[in-house]
Design a protein around this ligand. Structure first.
Ligand code: PNS
Length: 160
């Protein structure tokens, strides 16, 4: 299994996501960051804005690509020829949801496997929603997200 997909909303990408991307890009030959187009979810950034932000932060990782997708993750995997779903695991509280998703995806297509990478302890409290909350309340998000997207987040929040 040489090609993996790291799916998510990435609204916005955090340093926890980026750490998982960097570490797993050394494990797989190719890693695709799959950004979900989800019209049902209210997001801070449009999917195209998120794709551009991620492309910018992974530009020095030659085996990492970024793609937006809608519909089933399994369909994207078949289109891209990927056999592995990569997920980050922060805590026991992530486990139940991730176990359910991994089992469902394996039921939909038994040839696909989900592989988990443990989040570094220093990022285990971090999530896109907590970053947005801190930023909306005027707190400092330095160290929580890649430096280059901080101005985007502040600009977007101020424009809402
Ligand atoms: O960052 P998120 O919002 O927790 O990511 C959720 C994501 C994108 C991994 C999940 O919603 C997903 O895989 N959606 C695609 C639709 C799909 O395949 N659903 C069936 C399996 S859960």
């Amino acid at each position: 299994m040489k090609k993996a997909i790291f799916p998510g909303s990435f609204d916005p990408i955090t340093n926890g996501h980026l750490d998982i991307i960097k570490r797993t890009s050394k494990v797989f030959e190719e890693l695709i960051v799959g950004v979900l187009v989800n019209p049902e979810k209210v997001s801070l950034f449009t999917v195209d804005e998120r794709v551009e932000q991620i492309k910018n932060v992974v530009k020095n990782l030659p085996n990492v690509r970024v793609k937006k997708f809608s519909g089933l993750l399994i369909e994207l995997m078949n289109k891209e020829g990927a056999g592995v779903i990569l997920k980050g695991l922060r805590s026991i509280s992530d486990f139940e949801y991730e176990f359910q998703m991994a089992s469902l995806n394996n039921k939909l297509d038994p040839s696909k496997e989900t592989v988990f990478m443990m989040t570094k302890a220093k990022y285990c409290y971090l999530s896109s929603s907590s970053v947005k909350q801190v930023a909306m309340l005027g707190g400092c998000i330095k160290g929580l997200v890649p430096e280059q997207i901080i101005p985007d987040i502040i600009r977007k929040i101020n424009s809402k």
